[in-house]
Ligand binder design. Structure first.
Ligand code: GZL
Length: 317
């Protein structure tokens, strides 16, 4: 039992204890390790907790929502002070979030959002996922400069907020540019292996010479697709333009090598803002905004990708 629970054991209702400084116990329900970016987020979250003297209870759901819900219920039973959740999909969270609220345990969402009333969580720390799709689409519009371009799309995990919003944003950017057409769109589940398999099916169905560009919802699927494009005897980044999201080290390497064209950076440090908000709330009831937005930055061949790769390669991706 952590010291906070002991302190509050006699309290009638949850009341933040002003100036409360004792160590906290925080549960973290992580989706899994489907991508390099996810691995980096886990690394950074553990580092952030350690630096703050937080006892982090980590649960890897291996991409399954039922495992996340089980972990969250276990955190509630343990009487943790707060819960971090990276929700694998957007729906199906109301009941377990209500249970956390009934237990007076604040919840902070990380890197993805949920379709649930926002009084069920303290805040969500995410990028603007629609904007990421906008930037990717606008880059391609500018890149092809009016030429006809048949586009294939590797979507993220079906039903996840990044897959939904990144698709929306990309399509918004292509509106009014009839020279660009999305001819194939399918989930690669944010993984390299599935990205390769689905890209192989696109190449077989369309013929590589008929595909002008790939939009991947994350770099891991793009890197898998690069392998498939090479095995089809085509030059990724030249015969097929590639724009993606995350800006993991391997994406910077691929751009430096001319095998990829653009990626939009997603910070793996969602835990910093998340734990700041959680600690402030637990200390004195400070209410954060319902959305804490992280920045997005476009990288192209014009950037020094080798230098960025060197800076990122040891960050836990
Ligand atoms: C987006 C995040 C996505 C990453 C992928 O915020 O949820 O999940 O873009 C990861 O790499 O799988």
């Amino acid at each position: 039992m952590n010291i906070k629970t002991t302190l509050l054991a006699g309290a009638v209702a949850f009341a933040p204890v002003a100036g409360f400084a004792a160590d906290l116990t925080i549960g973290f329900s992580q989706i899994g390790s489907e991508s390099g970016w996810r691995a980096a987020e886990t690394t950074v979250t553990k580092q952030q907790a350690e630096e703050r003297g937080i006892d982090l209870k980590f649960a890897d759901a291996q991409q399954k929502q039922e495992n996340q819900i089980k972990a969250i219920r276990s955190f509630i039973a343990q009487g943790v002070d707060g819960i971090l959740i990276a929700p694998v999909v957007a729906t199906g969270w109301d009941e377990v979030l209500e249970e956390a609220k009934d237990a007076d345990i604040p919840v902070v969402l990380m890197d993805r959002t949920v379709d649930a009333p926002d009084d069920l969580y303290l805040t969500a720390v995410t990028s603007d996922l629609v904007h990421e799709g906008n930037v990717a689409g606008q880059w391609l519009v500018d890149e092809v400069a009016g030429a006809d371009c048949r586009v294939v799309e590797l979507q993220g995990t079906t039903g996840s907020s990044p897959a939904i919003d990144r698709k929306t944003g990309f399509e918004q950017a292509l509106e009014g540019h009839d020279n660009l057409e999305i001819v194939r769109s399918q989930t690669g589940d944010f993984t390299r292996s599935q990205g390769k398999v689905v890209m192989e099916s696109f190449l077989k169905a369309e013929g590589g010479e008929n595909i002008c560009a790939l939009y991947a919802h994350n770099d891991d699927m793009a890197v898998g697709a690069i392998q498939a494009i090479k095995e089809a005897g085509l030059k990724p980044g030249e015969d097929i333009k590639i724009v993606s999201i995350d800006a993991v080290p391997d994406a910077h390497l691929a751009i430096a090598n001319g095998e990829m064209n653009a990626t939009i950076e997603l910070t793996p440090n969602m835990a910093g803002p998340a734990l700041d908000a959680m600690e402030a709330y637990l200390a004195d009831g400070t209410m954060p905004p319902k959305w804490i937005q992280t920045e997005s930055k476009l990288y192209t061949a014009e950037d020094d990708n080798k230098a960025v790769y060197e800076m990122k390669k040891d960050l836990g991706y």
